[in-house]
Design a protein around this ligand. Structure first.
Ligand code: PLP
Length: 381
């Protein structure tokens, strides 16, 4: 069996696991307990992890806040601006039509509450144009929220250009970096943003922990407020006992990303080339969704003409884990909103699958699994 759904979740790196087991075995105590050494020990583990995250992103440790994942981080970054919106009279938000649901649904809720939200469509290759985003910004704009890399197509969005311009204009900018963190290591360091979100499980860390960055260096601290009530953990931004082992695993994953990302990228690129070769030699009619010049190395979204992605996934379920990015949580099938926003016709969307891979994969295993998948597709064609 081969797992090719890394954009959904990655396996935990063995060294991350060891680090977490060590915490579970040897370090008890609430990191916010100040009355004994146990608490101080776990606190120092949390602070080391904060530093590891900060080093990966090129930010200060005190700009890093741990959460339960990117969904929560995105929610805090956006919903946490409610009070500021009320005080400043700013009620307009700009985003893209291809954001993850964690951002889209949050903004749709704000829209119901009276906020004006512009959802910018990408071009046919799955990239939004910076000017399309920037042209919507007015003095009433509260925040602009754009993802760094799209989870379905792997397309890198022009957050560099957008961030540069917004910082000049003093407009708050939030970046959902869930699919780029640990992959576009240098690029992230050079971005200009006020808030940034990601989940550890997309970069070989554990599920259930994520990060929200609130930048203060060269910006005023964004006026983000907690969206839950409780204790003063994470300086009040995210109340609730800190899951020390998860946080330690998140930090370790970030540390590994710093030291290993270059070799990860090279391998991921090689795999993509080979996958495209297999497609080319298969005799099937296919086309790749998105423009590969702007795509992360570990993602391939491909339409195999005449082959239903649903049927292909069902037929290959036992030996291959892929995805088609559709809302399969509901009973009724709905075609990918990301590919729809790119203007791709429904029949092509229904034949599109996403293959994603990353650090630690066995190249031969991936290629053999993909060959087997293509053989199934050929039988269905
Ligand atoms: N944002 C993007 C771009 C994602 O790909 C995901 C997960 O797929 C999320 C946010 C949400 O992450 P989580 O489910 O870990 O909260």
């Amino acid at each position: 069996r081969v797992y090719l759904d890394y954009n959904a979740s990655t396996p935990v790196d063995e060294r991350v696991l060891e680090c977490m087991i060590d915490v579970y075995r040897n370090h008890i105590g609430n990191a916010d307990s100040r009355t004994h050494q146990f608490g101080e020990d776990t606190r120092s583990i949390v602070e080391l992890a904060r530093k590891q995250v900060a080093d990966l992103l090129g930010v200060n440790a005190d700009e890093v806040f741990f959460t339960s994942g990117a969904t929560e981080s995105n929610n805090i970054a956006i919903q946490g601006l409610r009070e500021y919106a009320e005080n400043s009279g700013k009620n307009h938000i700009v985003t893209t039509a291809i954001e993850h649901k964690a951002v889209l649904e949050t903004l749709k809720q704000l829209e119901k509450e009276g906020f004006m939200v512009d959802f910018i469509d990408p071009d046919q290759f799955g990239r939004v144009k910076p000017e399309d985003v920037l042209n919507k910004v007015t003095e009433r704009t509260l925040v602009v929220s754009v993802m760094h890399v799209n989870n379905e197509t792997g397309m890198i969005q022009p957050v560099q250009e957008i961030g540069e311009e917004l910082s000049k204009r003093g407009i708050l900018f939030h970046v959902d970096a869930t699919q780029s963190c640990g992959k576009l290591v240098e690029e992230i360091k050079n971005l200009k943003y006020n808030m940034l979100a990601f989940s550890a499980h997309k970069l070989q860390g554990p599920q259930g922990v994520g990060v929200l960055v609130l930048r203060k260096k060269s910006y005023k601290l964004p006026p983000v407020k907690a969206i839950m009530y409780g204790g003063q953990q994470e300086r009040g931004i995210r109340p609730g006992t800190i899951p020390v082992a998860l946080v330690a695993g998140c930090g370790k994953a970030c540390e590994l990303a710093v030291t290993e990302y270059q070799s990860n990228l090279e391998q991921a690129n090689q795999i993509k080339e080979e996958l495209i070769n297999i497609l080319r030699e298969s005799g099937l009619s296919y086309h790749i969704n998105g423009d590969q010049t702007y795509c992360v190395p570990g993602t391939l979204n491909v339409c195999i003409e005449g082959v239903s992605s649903e049927a292909l996934m069902i037929s290959s379920k036992q030996f291959c884990g892929i995805s088609n990015g559709s809302a399969c949580t509901s009973k009724s099938y709905s075609p990918s909103y990301v590919l729809s926003a790119m203007g791709i016709p429904v029949e092509q969307i229904e034949s599109s699958v996403r293959i994603s891979w990353g650090h630690g994969v066995d190249q031969d295993e991936v290629l053999n699994g993909f060959r087997a998948l293509i053989n199934v597709a050929k039988q269905m064609n």
